[in-house]
Design a protein around this ligand. Structure first.
Ligand SMILES: Cc1ncc(COP(=O)(O)O)c(C=O)c1O
Length: 296
């Protein structure tokens, strides 16, 4: 794998990129992360990702030991070391901050310094067929974490909930898992947010449904407003999903991917919808315009 890693400011290749087994990120999954991608070599919406990273940190009482400027400097240095950015290939950037290395105890006082790890590798788009034909997803039995447990608002390294949901979907041959919350409402996918289109209106579950507030989701609200597509938050039930005219998921690495089937239920016409396609086009145009000017 042509990846480069930055551990606490040190650049390392994949073979030498190792952390202590006493890191509480490894021992307990105690940590937070972000996934950023570049467009035309520029990290996209970087400051929004840093805002969410700090917010995730605050929710587990983990103070980031470095400034946003220093994280950005390390990210750019790691992209360059990976040989990406200048050759037209975009980068996948995973920024992780863990509680750090310490004695085997839940007491955070045992860990004097958080670990900051940045993994950079080539960005890989979802397969062209996913955009052209849409994908099948599965409504899985694993529920999204109750906000009173590990709140889905925290972009946490503790990903067992997401992994179990995703793996259930993979066993059914699905592209993604759709997860319900403890009330039975639709929450989100295991690695993405979910939207439906009904009667010309784009609808996605609210934060209260227990989900990660996606940066793509947030940006898409702005894009939709700009191009005059009505979009709002509303609680979604299973029946809303099955009865949708269109459906799609959003994430940093996959932008918008049309969903044409949920298990045996065909969504709308069974082909990617017109509004989904309009939003995807507008999203891509705006993303490239934005990186042309700045990362903000
Ligand atoms: C559980 C979950 N929801 C939503 C998202 C989408 O977030 P973003 O658009 O910021 O990538 C992700 C992305 O990894 C995720 O893991």
């Amino acid at each position: 794998m042509s990846a480069m890693v930055n551990i606490n400011g040190r650049l390392l290749d994949t073979e030498h990129a190792v952390i202590s087994v006493f890191d509480h990120g490894f021992l307990y999954g105690e940590g937070i992360y972000e996934v950023v991608r570049t467009y035309d070599g520029v990290p996209f919406l970087f400051d929004r990702h840093m805002r969410r990273l700090r917010n995730s940190g605050a929710m587990i009482r983990l103070d980031l030991p470095v400034s946003d400027v220093e994280i950005e400097r390390r990210v750019l240095e790691t992209i360059a070391a990976a040989g990406l950015g200048t050759d037209g290939r975009d980068a996948y950037i995973r920024i992780l901050v863990t509680r750090g290395v310490g004695e085997i105890t839940y007491d955070p006082a045992a860990c004097p310094e958080p670990s900051v790890v940045i993994i950079v590798k080539p960005h890989v788009d979802a397969p062209p067929s996913a955009y052209a034909n849409g994908v099948m997803v599965s409504l899985v039995g694993v529920l999204r974490n109750h906000p009173g447990t590990v709140n889905p608002l925290i972009k946490s390294n503790n990903l067992l909930n997401n992994a179990l949901g995703h793996q259930e979907a993979l066993r059914k041959g699905a592209f993604e898992a759709v997860m319900r919350n403890y009330r039975g409402e639709i929450a989100e996918c295991s690695t993405a947010n979910i939207f439906i289109v009904k009667d010309g209106v784009v609808i996605t579950p609210p934060s209260d449904a227990g989900l990660l507030m996606g940066i793509t989701r947030e940006f898409l609200f702005e894009v939709a407003q700009e191009i005059g597509v009505p979009m709002r938050e509303q609680v979604l039930q299973e029946a809303d999903l099955f009865g949708a005219d269109e459906c799609f998921l959003t994430s940093t690495t996959r932008e918008l991917v049309p969903i044409v089937r949920v298990d045996e239920h065909v969504i709308g016409s069974g082909t990617p919808g017109r509004i989904t396609a309009t939003l995807l086009d507008a999203f891509r145009v705006r993303a490239r315009v934005l990186v042309g000017g700045s990362t903000r």
